[in-house]
Design a binder for this molecule. Sequence first.
Ligand code: NAI
Length: 429
Amino acid sequence: MSQTAYPPISEHLDDPESAREEGRRKMDWAFQHMPILTELQKGFEDEKPLSGQSIGMAMHVEAKTANLVETLADGGAEIAITGCNPLSTHDDVSAALDSHENITSYAVRGVDDEEYYAAIEAVIDHEPTITVDDGMDMVAAIHDDYPELIDSIVGGCEETTTGVHRLRAMDADGALNYPVFAVNDTPMKRLFDNVHGTGESSLASIAMTTNLSWAGKDVVVAGYGYCGKGVAQKASGQNANVIVTEVEPRRALEAHMEGYEVMPMAEAAEVGDVFLTTTGNRDVIVKEHFETMGDGVLLANAGHFDIEIDLDALDDLAVDRYEAREGVEAYEMDDGRRLNVIAEGRLVNLAAPIALGHPVEVMDQSFGVQAACVRELVENGESYGPGVHDVPDELDEEIAEIKLAAEGVEFDSLTETQREYMGSWEHGT
Ligand code: NAI
């Protein structure tokens, strides 16, 4: 294949050596709090189960992800990685990764669209046999532009809800030509990462970026899925009044029964102080909503892509636009109202200036599942046909058991009689 001209991170930095040191420090801190990856890494180092594999990754390149990448490299794989969002890369961590002999990192913070896709191509030039994606951009690029690689790809793993949605749509069209694990859909990922991770880190990022309080605010959460539930619960825990908007009747009812106000966005727009979208959908907050919002509102997005808040429409309405604080863009309306967009409407817990992403412990779980899935693809990849696959339950259980052991938590197991009873239909009243 032709080598693209896009260079690895080190060639983008003035002082790569000190960047590497700082990146390594961040990784070491995170790793101390990642007992699952620590345990898996020991086995990987001893057994080298990934020898001979080339793994192409598009992920948020920061300290926790970097520890997953090194765990896979320690398992014997060659790895090429880039970002999955133009604003979520930590350049120092990217530089630290790039200095590992089995890893090339093309992730650079603040790239434009052209560079973003050039970096994905640079990863694909390494001819991956396994892909690990967060949002499906790598799978899409391979299918669109490098279909000749598909025969040698064992399979892939997808980290997030939006990526799994896109993959399922591709699968339904008969267009997905290799197996991909829906890592996002496992209990060990979704019940912790999407709920607690997104809840805690989105609120923390908004608070740190704005230096404003949650207490007493009317906080509008768009979408009451896994992420929305976490955001609502944590905002409520910080004494905000939470308002939920939904399009799915059972989730709207769930939010109502859990004590939140539920109303259409058109009504919520008039009363909200802070708006946080978590739908994975587009055009959730649009022109008609901007027109009725109060002065000083905060607008942020925690969904995967930056299309939940219609920033083009907001820009059309604005008579002035300026940076109110680092990471906060004020759009001033002709009546003097200022609508403040945080982190350009990109996922706020990763793209805000001081965003650190999910807490380490949560990502240890998600990435533990990722590492177990990569191992499964190498060991049993041929038993999975093209399409989206659920992660085998025993892999998810393995990760939960490692975490419980690390936490010193003991729990019961079924007796033989109980197991038989639970598996039988013959016992009635
Ligand atoms: P989910 O599918 O559980 O929830 C999405 C909810 O939004 C659903 O209940 C749906 O009915 C609702 N919805 C859709 N369109 C809507 C609209 N126009 N107005 C109001 N509600 C609407 O998905 P999940 O797991 O909560 O993920 C949501 C998004 O967050 C995805 O894009 C996912 O990739 C992303 N994500 C972001 C993370 C982060 O770190 N910021 C972490 C995990 C997921």
